[in-house]
Design a protein around this ligand. Structure first.
Ligand code: SF4
Ligand code: SF4
Length: 387
């Protein structure tokens, strides 16, 4: 057993294995506010990776409608119940927040590695076959039908789309649970893979992944999961001159809600300061993108810009205490943030750094009662070679 540092929780936590940190890490930011629920991402992934016999119910990328939808059904509610099994719901102390190593404060509740009697082995559960049958039940169902229009900041009746892939976690629950050591995290990019030759289909990873992103394939008797389109991320695609390329779900996104790339990490798992990397900028500088259920303790690497119209308590249990600041910063973006948001889906090449060429002011608008000046700025994204 090891004690590892989880910067999203602002504290150390147990993990079954020592982890070699420091290196590149696959990461992404999804802007929930822009998603139109078209499922193009889901189909792009399915037609690339899961179109064979035994994979019919397998959606490595899915988009579910919250609060009622889920794939598999109720995955998050069931895991939250396991964490609170002894009555400890956990809470956040935000007074200890620092810039990089604990930007959201400190979480004092149990993670999946602390909740069970066999800690640090993760707690989990196995969804039923019925739970996996439909990827988008309750699609577009709102909590209620509002009688009179809707207004920000919170709608009376609401729903939102939650886009989900494997989080290629820093402390993967799936890897921690595998008795065959068939799951590994690549040092070159942090992508988490299942070695199909070692897997025996015990489904311990399916039980342990709190996001339920490992899936059993009955025709092979093994588990499969999102592979982070590693062949593209490695830069083996002639389409982008053999430079690191974004995943299929990201490249296909119609709503331009996704930005995926690689960040550098330190030996303790925190992100190396790099404010010109657009992902680092969105997570650590602009503070608009937050991890999904950070209290699970796997330190996920997909971050979300939370939806502006949803009641804050719901979002806080889902994304932690950074929600108010993230929504405020997104609603009244700085000049720099507005520029970086334009980089979503402008190229299939992974953007390693950005620059902003400042232009003239061209319009005054009012946002939430405050005046805001818009500028004719140009955002420039640069690939691995600086082009
Ligand atoms: S999201 Fe689940 S499958 Fe993906 S790395 Fe994390 S624990 Fe493993
Ligand atoms: S392709 Fe983009 S806009 Fe469409 S459902 Fe997927 S994430 Fe949302």
């Amino acid at each position: 057993m090891a004690e590892v540092y989880n910067w999203q929780l602002g504290r150390e936590q147990p993990y079954p294995y020592e982890r070699e940190m420091g290196g590149r890490q696959f990461a992404a930011v999804f802007n929930i506010n822009r998603c139109i629920g078209c499922q193009t991402c889901s189909m792009a992934c399915k037609s690339t990776w899961t179109q064979s016999p035994g994979q019919e119910l397998m959606w490595w990328n899915n988009v579910e409608t919250k609060p009622y939808g889920g794939y598999p059904a109720n995955w998050d509610i069931n895991t939250l119940k396991l964490l609170a099994a002894d009555g400890d719901q956990g809470s956040w102390s935000t007074s200890s927040a620092t810039e990089v190593s604990s930007p959201y404060g400190t979480y004092d509740g149990p993670t999946i590695f602390e909740a069970g009697e066999s800690s640090p082995r993760p707690v989990g559960y196995l969804p039923t076959e019925d739970d996996w049958k439909a990827p988008n039940t309750y699609e577009d169902h709102a909590t209620r039908f509002p009688k009179e229009g809707v207004q920000l900041p919170e709608h009376e009746g609401w729903f939102f789309y939650l886009q989900r892939i494997c989080n290629h976690c820093a402390y993967p629950g799936c890897l921690a649970a595998c008795p065959r050591k068939a799951i590994y995290k690549r040092p070159e990019d942090g992508i988490v893979l299942v070695d199909q030759a070692r897997c025996r289909g015990y489904r311990k990873c399916v039980e342990a992944c709190p996001y339920k992103k490992t899936m059993y394939r009955p025709t092979t008797g093994t588990t499969e999961k999102c592979v982070g389109c590693y062949t593209r991320v490695e830069g083996n695609d002639p389409l982008t001159d053999n430079l690191p390329t974004e995943t299929r779900c990201v490249a296909a996104c119609v709503g331009k809600i996704r930005l995926q790339g690689l960040v550098q990490t330190e030996a303790d798992g925190t992100w190396t300061e790099d404010p010109k990397n657009p992902l680092y900028y969105l997570v650590h500088e602009a503070k608009v993108a937050l991890p999904l259920y950070p209290q699970f303790g796997t330190q996920p690497n997909v971050f979300y810009i939370p939806p502006r119209w949803v009641p804050r308590p719901y979002l806080q249990q889902m994304f932690g205490p950074g929600v108010d600041q993230a929504i405020d910063n997104y609603t009244r973006p700085s000049r720099e943030l507005l520029a970086v948001l334009q980089l979503f889906r402008v190229t299939q090449r992974i953007i390693f750094s950005f620059d902003i060429e400042q232009g003239d002011p061209f319009e005054e608008i009012v946002v939430g009662g405050e005046r805001m000046t818009l500028y004719d700025d140009t955002a420039i994204g640069r690939d691995e070679e600086g082009n």
